[in-house]
Design a protein around this ligand. Structure first.
Ligand code: FE
Length: 329
């Protein structure tokens, strides 16, 4: 055998071995969490809860999200290995209000005595803050930073109950986070309310942005009536399913006409089919509608290193993207 062929085979073999040996970032996170020494192990279904837990818990808590990346929390079903995570966890937080409705996950969360719903706690404290869509509570509360921050005392109390030795540290971190989130909320409000009222209309892939529209796009007087509802629409309902009726398409195209909307926003974990259909019909009717350059983070945060790899980064990305795109005419 020629020498270069031998070198080629050796390189290929080396590459195969190193590829097999390189564990994924997700695997590493899970292993680090499982082997956390002296830390409270907290499992949260979504990153938007996991990140708050990480901020409040600091060095005393190992925080892990069950559903990561582009997986859909609405339909997530338990997979091999999830049982072990539930078993290892000292505490489990989930959104609730119908978000995690994949049957196997839903059933587990309902039965587990160590699982607590963040959104249902917010709903108990502040029932008027909850948005209802066609008779269902909207679970996408994280889209209103101030309302989402109202879960901090609840999360903190649960951590303190499980680990009373670090109560003081949790309370200090919680206060800092609450203050930081209030600052981001006010910045988002300032940035978006600076856009003329006639241009503050949002079309996204699915109904994840009602809280966002009510908090940041509506005029103040609209927030106390049902008028804020016309600030956002989407072809797909509270859970994206990509099966649109002609009525769904018609309703969004009518919205584009009525409010002179020229941009629609894709979301990182929802496919583009529904928005493409809408743009096609709009084009046939003489409307010029473009797709926003960057997708929004709706139901999921971004991968590590992305513009959405923390809750506040995700929201900042959404605010800046919407602010930029709504002002392009
Ligand atoms: Fe959603």
């Amino acid at each position: 055998m020629k020498w270069w062929r031998i070198v080629g085979w050796v390189c290929l073999l080396g590459c195969m071995i190193s590829c097999q040996r390189e564990p994924s970032a997700r695997f590493k996170r899970i292993e680090a969490w499982k082997h956390a020494d002296g830390q409270l192990k907290v499992l949260s279904t979504i990153g938007m809860i996991e990140d708050l837990v990480k901020q409040i818990g600091g060095e005393h808590v190992a925080s892990l999200a069950l559903i990561e990346g582009e997986l859909d929390p609405h339909t997530y079903q338990l997979v091999k290995g999830d049982d072990a995570l539930f078993c290892e966890a000292d505490l489990i937080f989930y959104s609730g209000l119908g978000l995690e409705h994949g049957p196997s996950l839903h059933q587990y969360l309902q039965q587990s005595e160590k699982a607590f719903s963040v959104a249902e706690e917010i709903a108990q404290q502040n029932p008027e803050g909850i948005i209802w869509i066609h008779g269902q509570p909207d679970p996408h509360i994280w889209m209103d930073i101030e309302l989402w921050a109202s879960s901090i005392p609840f999360l903190t109390e649960k951590l303190c109950q499980k680990d009373p030795d670090h109560r003081q540290a949790f309370l200090v971190n919680a206060r800092k986070l609450l203050h930081e989130m209030q600052g981001y909320h006010e910045e988002a409000l300032l940035a978006l309310q600076a856009i003329p009222s006639t241009e503050r209309y949002l079309v996204t892939s699915h109904d994840a942005f009602h809280y966002f529209a009510k908090a940041y796009l509506a005029n103040p007087e609209e927030q106390t009536s049902a008028l804020w509802k016309h600030r956002a629409t989407a072809p797909e309902g509270l859970a994206p399913e990509s099966q649109l009726s002609s009525c769904d398409i018609r309703a969004v195209v009518d919205y584009l006409h009525a409010h002179k909307v020229s941009v629609v926003f894709p979301e990182t974990n929802v496919n583009l089919d529904s928005l493409k259909k809408i743009m096609q019909v709009a084009k046939e009717e003489g409307l010029t509608v473009r797709l926003a350059e960057e997708p929004l983070y709706g139901d999921a945060m971004g991968e590590a290193g992305s513009s959405g790899d923390s809750y506040l980064k995700m929201m900042t990305h959404n605010v800046r993207t919407i602010q930029k795109e709504l002002q392009i005419r």
